[in-house]
Design a binder for this molecule. Sequence first.
Ligand code: GTP
Length: 302
Amino acid sequence: MSSSEAAHRSGFACFVGRPNAGKSTLMNGLIGSKVAITSDKPQTTRHAIRGIVDRTDAQLIIVDTPGLHRPRTLLGQRLNDLVHETWSEVDVIGFCVPADQKIGPGDRYIAEQLAKVAKRTPVIGIVTKTDVVGKQRVAEQLLAMQELMEFTEIIPVSAVEQFQVDELAGVLSAQLPEGPQLYPGGELTDEPESTLIAELIREAALEGVRDELPHSLAVTIEEMAPREGKEDLVDIYAVLHVERQSQKAIVIGRGGERLREVGSQAREHIQKLLGSKIYLDLHVKVSKDWQQDPKQLRRLGF
Ligand SMILES: Nc1nc2c(ncn2[C@@H]2O[C@H](COP(=O)(O)OP(=O)(O)OP(=O)(O)O)[C@@H](O)[C@H]2O)c(=O)[nH]1
């Protein structure tokens, strides 16, 4: 086969890395549309939201996995199982390490897990956030990465400045098997809209809340339908589940002020996603110890 007739490739990729490594931001940069959730707080990404990168030479389907943590609760265990399952199913894994932080136990834990679970999957080492450090530091981090584990390739990127993001798409694509487009062009995500909407509400509800809420907050969409006689307006009824009464008070805020803010911020994002006006009804409910209860976990989609 001549090199000018390189075959089309298609397949799956996912990103790993310690909390805050920049995975979600990088995925958004690759896909060019906001489908995963970014937050200053660790471990906000829960669902396997997929985005698709269509190139002339390849279709790269990105699976977003939750953060890997040392499991302490049943939810933590489920999340880790989900991560391991994803790793064994994808064609290539991108391992993100931020340029501005030393490689530490968190990174080594992931490297160990990868060696155990994903022995045959190629892993690309990605030094993220190169815009926040100097060239010298990037070079040091690239060298340190070589000690961490055996990577198929190592590449520095900045999602914020779109530095080498296209190159990364090429490097990942090169690891995919030959094959046609798996999803018809133009389709950015195959995640149901309700999951995306629940994530947008969750993201808004976590904004500015510092304590342990990230692990204690889940969102379900109870009902979503165009209003009768007013087809350009969509009614959405969502429930925010917390574990304790005290957390309910935090989410609602004094006089309901915080919840109103959460509602208006989420509404703005959802309207963008759906391209139509929405009415958003938010209800906060105490679902006791949902992280420990298998029945509740299933109901909340874990
Ligand atoms: N300056 C800079 N900041 C970045 C870049 N990429 C991500 N960030 C910031 O780093 C923080 C974490 O980014 P995320 O994309 O949420 O990280 P993550 O790895 O998905 O985090 P978890 O969901 O907690 O696992 C956010 O505040 C981002 O804005 C980058 O290329 N440059």
